[in-house]
Every structure is written in C-alpha cells, then in structure tokens.
Design a protein around this ligand. Structure first.
Ligand code: MBD
Ligand code: FE
Length: 282
C-alpha cells in the first residue's frame, strides 16, 4: 500500500517535470542582471533573517539540503512551486483585470486535448464513477460582446482524485477536453463531479507536509482555460459550495468568486450549474 503510493508520487512528479520541460515556458526568459541580482539578494536576505531569528542549526541546514536534493529526485519541483508559490505569482500577474477572476494552473495541464462542439461530453470511461455534472454558461468580453467560438478548455481529477496522464491506468484524455462555444458564446459541458483532492503524499512535498504537521488537501476543483482572439487567456479553477477544504486549500488558490453552487437535475441523478466567463482585452 505505502509502496504503491510512493511509486505514484514519483510517477506523477516525474510526469509533471517532463511536461514542464516540454511546455516551452522557459524559452523566452529575458531578465537583466540588475533584476536577477535584486530578486536573488532579497530572497537570500529573507533566508538569512530566518536563520538568525530562529538560530537555525547545522542539523537543520543539512536536513534542508537533503530535502532539496529529494525534491529534484522526485520530480516534485513543479508540484512544490505550484502548491506553495504560484498563487502569489497569479495574484500579481492578474491584479489589474476587470473580467472574471482566475487562479493558478497547477502542475497537471496537458495541451492539445480533444476539441468538442457544444454541448459536449468530456472523454470518460463507460463506467466513469462520480455524480454527473453539467456546467454551462457564456463567454463574453468585458465590453459585453459574446465571444462566438471561444475555447473553454477543462481538465480535472476523477472520482478517486486522479488525473489522466499523471496516474497510471487511465485513458489518455480522460476528463480533458476543449469545448468550442457556439455563435452566441454559449458553452455546455457534461462531465462528472471530481473528488476532493490530496496532493501526492508519498514524495518530498508529502514529507514536508508530514514534518510540519500540515495537511495535503485541496477542495474538489475543475481546472479551466478560457480563450478567444483579442482577449487575455483566463486560467481558472471552479470549486463547490460546502467543500470542507475551501477555507484551507494547501495551494491557497480558492477565491469566493470561483465557488459553484450546483443544483440537482430534474431526474435527481446529477447536478447542473451555470457559470459565465468574462475576458479582458488582450
Ligand atoms: C493539483 O491538482 C492542483 O490543482 C494543484 C494546484 C497542485 C497539485 C495538484
Ligand atoms: Fe488540480
């Protein structure tokens, strides 16, 4: 049991690291020596302050070294940075937007998912576990223009909290797809309700959580990227009212505007909810 969890943490960590390397996100870095020096000095100063204030010992320094080496060996740098740092990067990057709130992307996005017309059903297994969920709404600009043909890209964990391409045994594009909005900017997605989610606990991020007495939970969430020509890409997540981890997300990525309040469907077998996206001009 424990070995299985550890194998899965290493596998998802290494898959996330490989994805990041392939993503092209590191190709366009142009930073002046002045800015590198400023940022590196400030981060190091924060470390020196912590060491002096709390009289950090050699034993603790060596534990840190060992742990940092382990993070790389586990492939968990994407997980670590997305869980504990990305939320503040997103806050700074999107602070001046007028349209819909977004939040962090996290480590499990995969580009080039299958494209579906609206109304669409995400790729899923014949016997996919979980409560059916219908998410629908509109995509408009901040000027009120309906964005015909906007792309609503969605990816999320299954009823066991597992993401396709990062956990073994799932079909390649399970619960991943791009829904193309109609001529009125309306979209409609049939999927299943994802489960509350624990970040992998068998690797170095899990070791940190255990050593610090924290918890590994994120509230159940749908990941989305909404895009249309001439508009800024919106990266978001949507959560569910009543989830006990809304106020203590390990990744600090919940905002009140992102919490869905689904209603039961007429036949009582599933749930439906409307959510409208508003995109800022590019
Ligand atoms: C996730 O599914 C996630 O969304 C984040 C932010 C971090 C780890 C796993
Ligand atoms: Fe996620």
């Amino acid at each position: 049991e424990i070995i299985e969890v550890e194998a899965s943490a290493a596998a998802s960590g290494n898959a996330a690291t490989a994805r990041f390397r392939e993503s092209g996100k590191t190709t366009a870095v142009e930073t002046s020596t002045e800015r590198v020096s400023l940022l590196a000095n400030e981060v190091l100063s924060a470390v020196y302050d912590t060491v002096r204030r709390h009289e950090v010992t050699y034993a603790e320094f060596n534990a840190l070294k060992a742990w940092l080496i382990q993070v790389g060996e586990d492939g968990e740098w994407p997980l670590f940075l997305d869980v504990w740092v990305e939320h503040v990067i997103e806050e700074v990057a999107t602070g001046n937007r007028e349209g819909s709130k977004g939040t962090i992307e996290g480590p499990y996005f995969v580009p080039d998912a299958p494209t579906l017309a609206t109304p669409g059903t995400l790729p899923m297994r014949d016997d996919e576990p979980g409560t059916p969920l219908l998410l629908r709404g509109s995509v408009t600009g901040t000027d009120g223009t309906p964005l015909a043909g906007a792309h609503v890209e969605i990816w999320h964990a299954d009823d066991d909290g597992l993401y396709s391409q990062f956990a073994p045994g799932l079909p390649e594009w399970n619960l991943r797809g791009i829904i193309v909005a109609d001529e009125h900017g309306h979209y409609e997605i049939n999927t299943i309700q994802p489960a509350p989610y624990q970040i992998p606990t068998g690797g170095s991020c899990g070791n940190l959580i255990t050593a610090a007495g924290w918890h590994a939970w994120r509230p159940a969430h749908l990941h989305l990227k909404i895009s249309a020509p001439g508009r800024q890409l919106l990266t978001a997540q949507l959560y569910f009212e009543g989830d006990s981890h809304l106020s203590n997300d390990v990744a600090s990525a919940v905002k009140p505007e992102l919490v869905l309040k689904p209603l039961p469907t007429a036949d009582g077998t599933g749930r439906h909810v409307t959510y409208n996206f508003v995109l800022d001009p590019a």
